[in-house]
Design a binder for this molecule. Structure first.
Ligand code: DON
Length: 582
């Protein structure tokens, strides 16, 4: 009997060892996931503001924020939580959360280190400069926005894997398992998701030849369960093999096969060679705060530095929030910065960007000195791009953990559900990020942004982005963590959020939710959100500005933590965004 007992003990020990070596089978791992236990994927609420003491996660979906909090409570750090939250968003927020897209992660470690992971998509090796021009030489945005040709080589999985290898703490599989469970068991969709899925139904049918989880016979409604078994299988490969589970083997073949069926360009070689790049963040001072933000190939950091730099020469805090003077100055700073973007910015591994000149105090002072208080500076006359109809389908998340590590990450498929093309058999959407290149110098892209040679298409080049994940430090500790989706409006939203808090002393809730405005040089229009004060609009119009109303400007996530005080997390009321803290 004793011998049998000993043999059984050895047998079970071997099974456990084998399981550990293989990354643990699902049944065992299910115990290491909160889904269906502390997190109910069918009943949840969206907490818009949380004031707490220890740690906080803000993301575009309540379930993803809860996954992030659970990771922190399991002893994970901010990087672990950011990874798990992004993987959960790839399931519960498929319009923008992704494994088929790319993004940027700004990390501040409690030991003082600041770093950035660039997991932006790249043009495929076979991409060519004029690939989106029609026979008359005009950009054909159907090709750069829909289907296989619009997809850049995805970067998200490489980025998350590299972040974990270098800065993560918990086992990788524990970060992936909640996403697998959400995909496998399904979750109740929100009203917004139901509306988007219904609106995109025809696109899913047009751009896919195989059945997809996002299409069903009757319209989607809030509370319906969305199950994604193919995506769950893909995530299991990522759980068990890490980056290799995506860029080689079955998933890589599925991507390439989908490309072949739909005339796309991405090859096995493209996938194998893709690397996330760790970059030096852009760090600068603003009125005694240290801003840590993203460098090229996002335009966001340089432009944020330019805008904050330009306004710093004026007593904007005395003019006050919502005053015509302060608002005009901010608009003029935005205009000048977007004009520079169009000319100078692109992938720094391909073009030389004069960062030092563009951000020097002398240059910025001279640049803003051409503005006349009380009178709009005209941008050069041009046709407006198709810009106002755009929705906000990138996604941002902020994490602050108990030790003072902070992460600000923005990632995307580009617009709503990206290219609408789902990798056959693998259940995930591919991005349509190729549209962020300048298909033809001077021609506006989806966001009305024009570009120059600096952002022309070239094989393995990264398309210029507006994503601006940012961490503001005070006395070397995270004071404010923010970012947002919104295409070209991302940078102006982050700019306004920072100024609203640091200069105008608005509450975090107001800084996120008050109506925003946006100017991007071309078209020469100030976009304002519904609810923008009438008196301010009239004052701007009398200075010569043309105003146009648009639905939403961004969907800002924000954590504010003044030293020694409580932590406030705010999720934007414009979407399903939610905070989870403890
Ligand atoms: O990287 C960029 O700048 C864009 N692809 C971001 C897209 C976005 O924010 C979608 N929302 N409108």
């Amino acid at each position: 009997m004793k011998k049998l007992h000993a043999q059984l003990k050895t047998f079970f020990s071997l099974i456990i060892l084998l399981s550990l070596a293989m990354g643990l089978p699902c049944s065992l791992l299910a115990q290491h996931s909160p889904i269906g236990k502390t997190i109910n994927p069918y009943v949840y609420v969206s907490q818009k503001e949380v004031i707490t003491h220890h740690a906080c996660v803000v993301s575009a979906h309540p379930l993803a924020s809860e996954v992030g909090r659970w990771i922190l409570q399991q002893g994970g750090n901010a990087v672990d939580a950011a990874i798990a939250t992004q993987l959960a968003l790839a399931v519960v927020y498929p319009a923008a959360g992704n494994i088929g897209g790319g993004g940027f992660m700004v990390i501040h470690l409690a030991n003082g280190k600041n770093t950035v992971l660039d997991y932006r998509e790249e043009a495929p090796g076979k991409a060519t400069r004029d690939m989106f021009l029609d026979s008359l030489g005009n950009p054909d945005s159907r090709l750069s926005l829909y289907g296989a040709l619009s997809a850049g080589i995805p970067g998200t999985v490489a980025g998350l894997w590299q972040a974990w290898k270098k800065y993560g703490h918990l086992p990788w599989r524990q970060l992936v398992q909640p996403a697998i469970d959400l995909a496998q068991q399904g979750f109740a969709i929100t009203a917004m998701e139901a509306r988007w899925l219904n609106e995109s139904r025809q696109d899913f049918l047009t751009y896919n030849t195989q059945p997809v989880a996002f299409v069903k016979d009757t319209p989607w409604k809030a509370g319906d369960t969305l199950r994604q078994p193919e995506l769950a299988r893909t995530l299991m490969l990522i759980r068990d093999q890490g980056k290799k589970g995506f860029y080689t083997g079955r998933v890589a073949h599925q991507i390439v096969q989908t490309m072949q069926h739909h005339h796309g360009l991405i090859t096995l070689q493209d996938l194998r060679q893709y690397r996330a790049i760790e970059r030096q963040p852009l760090i600068f001072d603003y009125k005694g705060y240290t801003i840590v933000t993203v460098p090229p190939p996002s335009a966001g950091g340089i432009m944020l530095q330019q805008m904050l730099g330009m306004i710093s020469f004026y007593p904007i805090d005395q003019w006050g929030y919502g005053s015509p003077q302060a608002t005009q100055l901010m608009i003029e700073a935005e205009r000048r910065s977007y004009a520079d973007r169009a000319q100078y910015l692109g992938d720094p591994d391909f073009v030389k960007i004069p960062i030092a000149q563009l951000t020097s105090a002398d240059y910025l002072q001279q640049r803003i000195s051409s503005y006349t208080p009380g009178k709009a500076t005209p941008s050069r006359a041009t046709q407006a791009g198709d810009f106002t109809h755009e929705s906000e389908e990138t996604t941002h998340l902020c994490v602050l953990d108990e030790s003072g590590n902070a992460v600000s990450a923005t990632y995307t498929l580009n617009n709503l559900y990206g290219s609408k093309l789902i990798v056959e058999g693998a259940g995930f959407l591919l991005n349509d990020e190729m549209d962020d290149f300048s298909a033809k110098p001077g021609s506006p892209n989806l966001y009305g942004l024009t570009g120059s040679e600096a952002n022309a298409i070239a094989p393995h080049k990264r398309m210029l982005s507006s994503m601006t994940p940012t961490i503001v430090l005070k006395n070397e500790k995270p004071y404010l963590i923010t970012g947002t989706p919104g295409g070209s409006t991302i940078i102006t939203s982050v700019f306004q959020t920072i100024v609203d808090i640091l200069d105008f002393h608005l509450s975090p809730y107001e800084a996120v939710n008050n109506p925003k405005f946006h100017h991007q040089w071309l078209p020469d229009v100030v976009y304002v959100e519904k609810g923008f004060p009438d008196s301010l609009a009239k004052a701007l119009e009398s200075m010569g500005y043309r105003l146009a109303e648009r639905e939403a400007i961004g969907r800002t996530e924000l954590i504010v933590h003044p030293e020694g005080e409580t932590i406030t997390g705010v999720g934007d009321h414009r979407g399903d965004d939610a905070v989870a803290g403890y």
